[in-house]
Design a protein around this ligand. Structure first.
Ligand SMILES: [Zn+2]
Length: 86
């Protein structure tokens, strides 16, 4: 039997049509210093889920069914900042 290699992804429900969407996430090996610097420069939030890799969620998501776009929020965002818009 062949092996299907699984990759990390985020899933979310569309706020408009409730379609279940999956988004690929960028996985950064911490040993790749250049990529780390790039992420810092771009101000992309970084999730340290495992010891050696960082998982970077998308900033925006687009529903594959209805095409609406939303701002993406991390599931476990440790946001200490002041922005709490609802
Ligand atoms: Zn939708």
């Amino acid at each position: 039997m062949k092996i299907a290699k699984l990759n990390y992804a985020y899933w979310w429900y569309c706020l408009s049509c409730e379609h279940e969407n999956y988004e690929r996430c960028m996985i950064v090996d911490q040993s790749e210093e250049a990529q780390k610097e790039f992420l810092e420069q771009e101000n992309i939030p970084v999730n340290e889920d495992e010891s050696h890799i960082m998982i970077v969620p998308p900033k925006q998501v687009k529903c594959k069914k209805c095409g609406k776009t939303f701002i993406a929020e991390e599931p476990f965002s440790h946001s200490s900042d002041e922005d709490s818009e609802d």
